[in-house]
Design a protein. Structure first.
Length: 451
């Protein structure tokens, strides 16, 4: 990285950043309070609030959002008449999954092979640290040239919409000229990338009932309708032979124009086993950024160990549908529900509950903020030109903010590049990426203030 005061300051702050990220990762801030104590999330929220106060933020508050979680807000005033930039990250994390699959403890930041490992290191506690590093670098070089609003969400991973609803009820709170969402990532390590589209999502909990209670499979099997078998039939109907998503009435074909994702690189990034085919058709970018994708997230049924010879009376599944830009998530939800009902066999009783939903997002890349970010990225990543990419995941807040503030420019950057393995075991962050992106964000704020 070429020498400049901002880059030198960020480099000097990296040991502190590592220590702070370790403190933040230590909180088991999974916003599912049936699995993890609420006190862990509250502790992480308090940590973020204290960090904002230490940086001179005013009006720092723990916002009680309608889904029962807390978001952290703060305001850092800039020069009179300056523009306002909202910086976003989230401090809640995914569950660690099978802790035995982690090489080191998931809630203990561990340095290994040049990366820092821990749940939330990249997604998105590292994003909180990235914002703090950028602001500290500017503070050391004369202060932030814009008004800064900071919001750290407490339930993004759950998709329960607490912050979206709070923002709708308090529309003045997060109003800004530009919004930087620190919850995306570079296409690969070392390639500066702004994410310009996000798929939306819907979550449905499906329960199928066929009997008043379980029955002996020897005495009744063959005639008694099996709820688990019915569920398997329903879930299988959501995919074509090649694995493409098939929801009745939902258009499957769309293409991605722009940065492409080579199949061999994707296989490597996704750690697909030798001999196992990718699913779907079209380019990889088409499949993960521009088309719907269904995933069965979980099934409630007897585990293999301890299973009895029984015909199951009831079975449940949690089904996720990623919705591409241009498709209304509410309409996709209706189509998915209708599909599940229509494909339930044998007259089995079906109950469907929606547990989450978010709209897809598409950014305006012609705005001045994108030019300011491209200039900043070129300094932070010498010799590299900023790329535009899509992301298959969802950040429902983006569409809420775009609706509330239609004139605001929205950019998505972050630390979740493929090697980070977010949501999987052994999640990690590249400290070099954290350093470069913190420099880029600081320079962006300076460039944008002057634009």
């Amino acid at each position: 990285m070429s020498s400049n005061p901002v880059a030198e300051t960020v480099a000097s702050l990296m040991p502190r950043a590592q220590a702070e990220l370790a403190e933040l990762v230590a909180f088991k801030s999974v916003a599912d309070f049936d699995q993890f104590p609420r006190s862990e999330s509250e502790g992480a929220a308090t940590w973020v609030a204290d960090a904002l106060r230490a940086e001179g933020f005013q009006d720092v508050a723990l916002l009680d959002t309608p889904d029962g979680t807390q978001s952290v807000y703060g305001y850092l005033p800039g020069p009179e008449g300056a523009k306002t930039v909202l910086l976003y990250a989230h401090y809640d994390v995914q569950p660690p999954l099978d802790e035995s699959g982690w090489t080191t403890p998931p809630f203990e930041l561990t340095e290994r092979d040049g990366r820092w490992y821990g749940r939330g290191a990249a997604d998105c506690k590292g994003g909180v640290i990235m914002h703090l590093l950028a602001l500290r670098a500017l503070k050391a070089d004369g202060g932030a040239p814009v008004h800064v609003k900071f919001i750290a969400e407490g339930s993004e991973e759950q998709g329960t919409g607490g912050l979206e609803r709070y923002a709708e009820e308090h529309p003045e709170l997060l109003a800004a000229d530009t919004i930087v969402i620190g919850d995306a990532g570079n296409f690969r390590v070392g390639l500066p990338t702004v994410t310009t589209t996000l798929r939306g999502m819907t979550l449905l909990r499906l329960r199928i009932d066929t009997l008043e209670g379980n029955l002996h499979s020897g005495q009744f099997g063959g005639a008694a309708p099996d709820a688990l078998g019915a569920l398997i039939r329903v879930l299988d109907s959501l995919r074509a032979e090649d694995g493409s998503t098939t929801v009745d009435g939902l258009a499957p074909a769309a293409g991605w124009e722009g940065l492409q994702y080579e199949e061999e690189q994707f296989r490597q990034d996704a750690k697909v086993l030798d001999g196992v085919q990718l699913i779907g058709s079209g380019t990889v970018a088409d499949r993960i950024w521009a088309r719907p994708a269904v995933t069965v997230l979980g099934i409630d049924c007897p585990p293999v160990v301890g299973a009895t010879p029984s015909v199951q009376a009831s079975a449940r599944a949690l089904v996720s549908l990623r919705v591409p830009p241009g498709v209304d998530a509410a309409e996709a939800t209706k189509l998915l529900q209708a599909h599940l009902e229509a494909h339930t066999p044998w007259g089995a009783r079906v109950h469907i509950e929606q547990t989450g939903q978010g709209q897809a997002f598409s950014a305006d890349t012609t705005s001045p903020a994108y030019a300011a970010m491209a200039e900043a990225m070129a300094v932070a990543y010498p010799g590299q030109e900023m790329q535009y990419a899509g992301q298959g995941g969802s950040i429902p807040l983006c569409n809420t903010l775009a609706s509330l503030y239609p004139s605001a420019e929205i950019l998505l950057i972050g630390l979740s590049e493929p090697e980070a393995q977010i949501h999987a075991v052994n999640e990690s962050v590249s400290p070099e990426e954290l350093e470069r992106l913190s420099v880029a964000e600081a320079l962006f704020l300076r460039n944008y203030a002057a634009s």
